[in-house]
Design a protein around this ligand. Structure first.
Ligand code: ADP
Length: 356
């Protein structure tokens, strides 16, 4: 076919068609490993296994019913820590969290009045496009792929689809399409952007980075954990008094603290906690509000990006100043577009509000 350029909407449409013609199976290598956790396991054991295999989440399996029982994610660990921080002494909290069995986590969520992660799953042969529509609806940010055993009819957990896997698959296979996504991310409204003038209550809740949750080097880990839990976010930019981005504190960083067995660590300041980061920490990925989606796909192709902090570029009077944050779910929503909400839970409605 003769070469022709695509407009931005045409490129998005071409990507959607690509996703409609593939299934979740296409995203995975021929052979892969899957860690599944029994709901009878204690949290401590589960964390040890996850750290050993370098995973930050895993599907849960209920042996007595022989059924998939939801996902165990970093968010669950955050909830556990928060729960015990209030209800027990330090020693008690450590002991309790470690003795806790995975099947009881849903009780903690009820006590904290946070939404339970949905039991949403999809058949691996369904179109990838459908899987993506489910992905942007689930709070777990990951979608288990479940098949049925042809002989017993029982459930089989095949793998877990994450936002990163899908976006990386597109980045690797669709360069001929993504190259036409040239509009800037800010122009496209992809991500959340600093906009203090839209703060509905600037007197009682002043926040010069509204609607972004930020922290400084002096903020305690506890306060940041609270932001994660309350706002349902997985990263908070660390800024100085001029709004310059110094770092990013992520939910996965809390896991490092827990691994070190120090629940007292919640009293640490961010500055102290950042010193405990592994030496191989990959760093914070930033972009400018003028960067295109095409440039971001090029980045995803070569780096394990989980979110980008948007900062003023070098040509700005305040280079490095916080402008916004782009999560993988923001990019997914931009690709999939407006979606028909699922009934129930209100999850679908929330997604539609945030969709482009
Ligand atoms: P993901 O859903 O990809 O795991 P997040 O949980 O970080 O990513 O983000 C969820 C939503 O919240 C996104 O729309 C993102 O733009 C927004 N968001 C992320 N971090 C912050 C923050 N620190 N303050 C306010 N909103 C945020």
């Amino acid at each position: 076919t003769p070469h022709r350029t695509l407009t931005h909407p045409e490129a998005l449409e071409a990507l959607r068609n690509f996703l409609k013609e593939r299934s979740s199976y296409d995203v995975f290598p021929v052979s892969f490993r899957l860690i599944v956790l029994d709901t009878q396991l204690k949290v401590k054991k589960a964390l040890d296994v996850m750290l050993l295999y370098g995973v930050v989440s895993a599907p849960l399996w209920n042996t007595s019913t022989a059924k998939f029982a939801g996902m165990f994610t970093v968010q669950d660990v955050i909830h556990l820590i928060q729960y015990y921080y209030h209800t027990s002494s330090w020693e008690g909290a450590t002991a309790d969290v470690e003795q806790f069995r995975l099947h009881s986590i849903r009780d903690i969520e009820k006590a904290l009045v946070v939404p339970p992660p949905p039991l949403l799953s999809v058949h691996p042969l369904r179109p990838l496009y459908d899987a993506c529509r489910y992905l942007i609806r689930t709070h777990a940010r990951r979608l288990p792929l479940i098949d049925r055993d042809t002989q017993t009819g029982g459930e089989v957990v095949i793998s877990v689809l994450t936002q990163y896997r899908v976006l990386k698959f597109i980045a690797v296979n669709c360069r001929d399409i993504t190259q036409y996504l040239t509009a800037s991310v800010q122009e496209m409204g992809i991500g959340s952007y600093v906009s203090p003038e839209s703060n509905p209550d600037p007197i009682n809740n002043p926040n010069k980075y509204y609607p972004l949750a930020t922290a400084t080097m002096q903020t305690t880990v506890f306060d940041v954990v609270h932001m994660f839990s309350e706002q349902g976010i997985s990263a908070v930019p660390i800024v100085d008094s001029d709004g310059k981005v110094l770092n990013l504190y992520e939910t996965v960083d809390v896991i490092t603290l827990v691994r070190n067995g120090a629940y007292q660590s919640l009293d640490l300041t961010i500055s102290q906690a950042l010193k405990q980061r592994a030496v191989d920490f990959p760093g914070v990925v930033t972009c400018s509000p003028k960067d295109s989606l095409s440039a971001i796909f090029s980045l995803i192709k070569i780096r394990r990006v989980h979110r980008l902090v948007v900062v003023q570029g070098r040509d700005d009077p305040n280079p490095g100043r916080l402008v916004g944050i782009i999560s993988l779910s923001d990019i997914m929503r931009a690709l999939i577009g407006h979606d028909i909400p699922l009934g129930g839970a209100g999850v679908g409605a929330e997604v539609v509000d945030k969709a482009l």
